[in-house]
Design a protein. Structure first.
Length: 172
């Protein structure tokens, strides 16, 4: 669908959410997380739309800057690999007050954690404490995550309360 960077944030942002790549819905709207997965993510964070889209609180950047297209099974193709190495350093350098980074989804975790990530996304997310106090990990919040959460109740019991506590401490 061509490049359409959907990036938000100001130098005042305290929380940075790094997601995978804009899907078709977001590519068309130009608003990050403007889809059912965004609604689920905001639920995980326990923030409403007004707070979530406050660029002085949340910076939102994708690891891929264009919609990679949709596969026959309904999922999106992986993000392009050339965007993050080219654009993330200058974008993150401009976000001088970020105190918490949320790595959403396996593609983002693969890029940022590299060899330090575990064998699977589930193992990586479950090992969230290994990555430091300023980084938190979640699966991608698609409809498929509902079944994953049922199989992995520790996510709701351990990670979501910690995520909410850390976000609230940084954005009020």
């Amino acid at each position: 669908m061509g490049p359409r960077p959907v990036v938000r944030g100001t130098a005042s942002a305290r929380v940075c959410i790094i997601g995978q790549a804009p899907g078709v819905w977001v590519h068309r709207s130009g608003v990050p997380w403007d889809d059912p997965s965004g609604k689920r993510l905001r639920g995980w964070l326990e923030v409403d739309d007004q707070i979530f889209y406050d660029e002085d609180r949340f910076a939102i950047i994708p690891v891929g800057f264009c919609c990679p297209g949709t596969m026959a099974n309904g999922g999106d193709y992986p993000p392009r690999r050339d965007c993050a190495p080219l654009w993330h350093a200058p974008v993150l350098d401009a976000l001088k007050n970020v105190e918490l980074t949320l790595l959403v989804g396996s593609y983002v975790q693969a890029y940022y954690l590299g060899k330090d990530r575990k064998k699977t996304m589930t193992e990586t997310v479950r090992s969230w404490r290994d990555y430091g106090p300023d980084i938190l990990l979640t699966p991608y919040p698609s409809w498929r995550t509902t079944g994953w959460q049922k199989k992995n109740p520790w996510f709701d019991e351990e990670i979501l309360p910690e995520l909410r506590r850390k976000v609230k401490a940084r954005i009020g």
